[in-house]
Design a protein around this ligand. Structure first.
Ligand code: FAD
Length: 236
């Protein structure tokens, strides 16, 4: 999916620049300048999609932070399974603990559903966490973990209502948020990408999204100020 999006970006004249950390943002004469160590970029609108670091990037621009909380999660891929047909295996969620496992081709992906708040940082999987995860999988299922093909840890980043923030900042002009994607940034990418692309150009959300109940007012940061609303039949 990621490679597909990159191909489309390049076909449309977009450019991907890696390894250049933006460490200064200035807004002058209606143009933003984003500076990295070896290069700089100019644009009328800046889209802050810096994941766990989005509040840090906002601070460079003098924008009030969202109060993002990055939460660490570890996952493993178990391979070398014998006698198990993963094609017919469902995703299994343990509702009491948030742990889950699911088929991943002929392999199985598993996570304890850990969500420990941490500072924004590049996360590496921890040997102890991986051992706990393999042990859990063996105790809770009939699987025997013989080989861990891959393990990784990453950050799932949230605001207090755990919904994404997509839209222009209400304090600083032409500063656009695409942040707080939590644990669903990959699955939401087609919809959030479309929402961001239209809202950043000051267009209305496409019917495709509004008919599914997506409302720009629920995505923007100023929703913080909205009073709590009750579900039908529910007292506030
Ligand atoms: C173990 C695990 C399992 C998950 N499983 C799923 C799943 O099944 N489905 C799903 O939908 N989601 C899943 N997620 C969540 C998903 O990975 C995130 O929601 C998604 O990656 C968030 O994307 P993002 O672009 O906001 O942030 P990121 O992917 O973190 O991207 C932010 C980028 O900004 C860059 N950046 C930061 N600061 C700067 C700077 N100053 N200058 C330049 N660049 C900067 C960073 O280097 C990074 O590349 C999982 C996450 C974890 C950890």
């Amino acid at each position: 999916m990621h490679q597909g999006y990159l191909r489309l970006l390049k076909q449309r004249g977009g450019m991907l620049v890696c390894g250049q950390r933006i460490d200064a943002l200035d807004h002058q004469g209606g143009l933003w300048t984003a500076r990295a160590l070896e290069t700089s970029f100019q644009a009328r609108v800046i889209i802050n999609a810096a994941g766990a670091w989005a509040d840090h990037v906002a601070a460079l621009a003098g924008v009030r932070p969202l109060g993002l909380v990055p939460k660490r999660r570890t996952a493993i891929i178990v391979d070398g399974l014998s006698g198990i047909d993963t094609r017919t295996m469902p995703t299994v969620d343990f509702t009491a603990t948030d742990a889950y496992f699911k088929p991943d081709g002929s392999r199985i992906m598993a996570s304890l559903g850990d969500q420990d708040p941490v500072e924004a940082q590049d996360i590496r999987p921890d040997e102890w966490e991986i051992a706990l995860l393999a042990d859990w999988l063996q105790r809770e299922t009939q699987l025997s973990v013989k080989r861990i093909g891959h393990s990784w840890a990453g950050l799932r980043t949230f605001v207090s209502d755990a919904s994404p923030v997509v839209g222009f900042d209400d304090g600083v002009p032409n500063f656009f948020w695409l942040a707080a994607q939590g644990g669903y940034g990959i699955m939401m990418a087609p919809a959030l990408g479309q929402a961001a692309a239209t809202l950043a150009r000051h267009h209305d959300l496409p019917d495709e999204l509004t008919t599914q109940g997506v409302d720009a007012a629920d995505l923007c940061r100023s929703r913080e100020a909205k009073p709590a609303t009750a579900l039908p039949g529910q007292a506030i």
